[in-house]
Design a binder for this molecule. Structure first.
Ligand SMILES: O=C(O)CCC(=O)C(=O)O
Ligand SMILES: [Fe+2]
Length: 367
């Protein structure tokens, strides 16, 4: 991987590492979105804030968002019975507030909503951020690459000039790693908006698992047990790994104990809130008990193809998911060194949500 550190001699010293090879992106339309690391700006711990879920005030029938009378071009289809809806004929960039409220509810109900043929990638970074902010404050990733001058745009990039996203997978049997985005945060993300700018001809799909269905499938005794427990989600391994790899850690890592069964504020649905990416142990159990129970749940989430959906990206696709009711994984099955398979590049806008609440008011807590 060739990365260069350029120190720009401007009024202030800006230390910026380019995480791509300039030469192979000469003619790239989205070169302003290529991955970089600001190695100067650091952030204090995230502070509590009051979160208003837009889905709470939405019209349940979604008559503004999904009206075919108003919009005869609209095509809405369920990708599977349990999770995932695909929408064609509607531009995210043109939605009014009532429609956005209904969209927030639809995402909560369906887990992930995939919009095709979008102009979202071309509306400019300020408008992209403004769209995200409607749903919640934007998260700045503690260690990830981002878009130059916009730390809120977390970079997704895998190409011949930067294989860093696959580093931890090189000694693994597969690239699958189900997670809920940065679930270690005190008020972890609600809606994530992922836009791809460059899509391999084939490969590089994303998969989501429904955590409401995963919860619903469990037997009553296991449900009852889990509803009384919290699990620890940790940002430490990610931050320590990044530091080991010479990356800048812009916010100190945290650990948070979240209820294992979480209630979505807008739908009232219960969902499992543990994931193999960030959940380290179940609080209050013996080590072997915690290990066994987490292993059971991670296997359940990862193997449940009958409550998962796999989406193939197209030019113009934008996917929006609710991290409170889903887990997801990138599928890095293509050969980045084959020019026919190409580069996969995009950006993620991640909105923060509520402090998780479980059954009987069981709340997240931390030291
Ligand atoms: O690239 C993808 O398909 C998903 C990436 C992802 O999970 C993430 O950045 O959170
Ligand atoms: Fe993710």
């Amino acid at each position: 991987m060739s990365t260069t550190t350029v120190t720009e001699a401007q009024s202030e010293l800006l230390k910026l590492t380019l995480a791509y090879d300039k030469e192979i992106h000469d003619e790239y339309k989205y070169s302003a979105y290529l991955p970089v690391y600001d190695e100067k700006t650091s952030f204090p711990p995230l502070q509590p804030f009051e979160f208003n879920d837009r889905g709470l005030v939405a019209n349940k029938a979604k008559s503004n968002l999904l009206s075919t009378k108003e919009n005869p071009d609209l095509k809405v289809s369920k990708l599977t019975p349990v999770i995932g809806t695909e929408i064609r004929g509607l531009q995210l960039s043109k939605l009014n507030d009532l429609q956005k409220d209904e969209l927030a509810l639809l995402i909560a109900e369906r887990g992930v909503v995939v919009f095709r043929d979008q102009d979202f990638k071309d509306i400019g970074i300020e408008k992209q951020k403004e769209f995200g902010r409607y749903f919640g404050p934007l998260h700045i990733h503690p260690v990830g690459a981002h878009v130059k001058d916009h730390l809120e745009l977390h970079n997704i990039y895998l190409g011949p000039d930067n294989e860093y996203r696959n580093r931890s997978k090189s000694n693994k049997l597969s690239t699958i790693g189900y997670h809920s985005d940065v679930s270690y945060e005190r008020q972890p993300p609600g809606i994530t908006i992922l836009t791809l700018l460059s899509v391999p001809e084939t490969g590089g799909d994303t998969a989501w698992a429904s955590q409401t269905a995963a919860y619903a499938r469990l037997s009553q005794p296991i449900k009852s047990l889990l509803e009384s427990l919290r699990a620890e989600h940790s940002g430490f391994p990610q931050a320590e790994g990044a530091a080991r790899d010479g990356k800048f850690v812009r916010r100190e890592p945290v650990k948070t104990e979240h209820p294992i069964v979480r209630i979505h504020p807008a739908t009232g649905q219960k969902a499992l809130f543990v994931n193999p990416g960030f959940t380290k142990k179940i609080v209050g159990l013996r080590q072997e008990e915690s290990d066994a129970l987490l292993k059971l749940l991670f296997k359940h989430i990862s193997l449940g193809q009958d409550f998962q959906v796999r989406v193939k990206w197209e030019e113009g696709t934008v996917a929006l998911w609710d991290n409170r009711v889903t887990a997801h994984t990138a599928i890095s099955d293509y050969n980045v060194h084959n020019p026919q398979e190409g580069v996969r590049h995009g950006f993620r806008i991640t909105t923060l949500g509520d402090r998780p609440t479980g059954v009987g008011g069981l709340e997240s807590r931390w030291e």
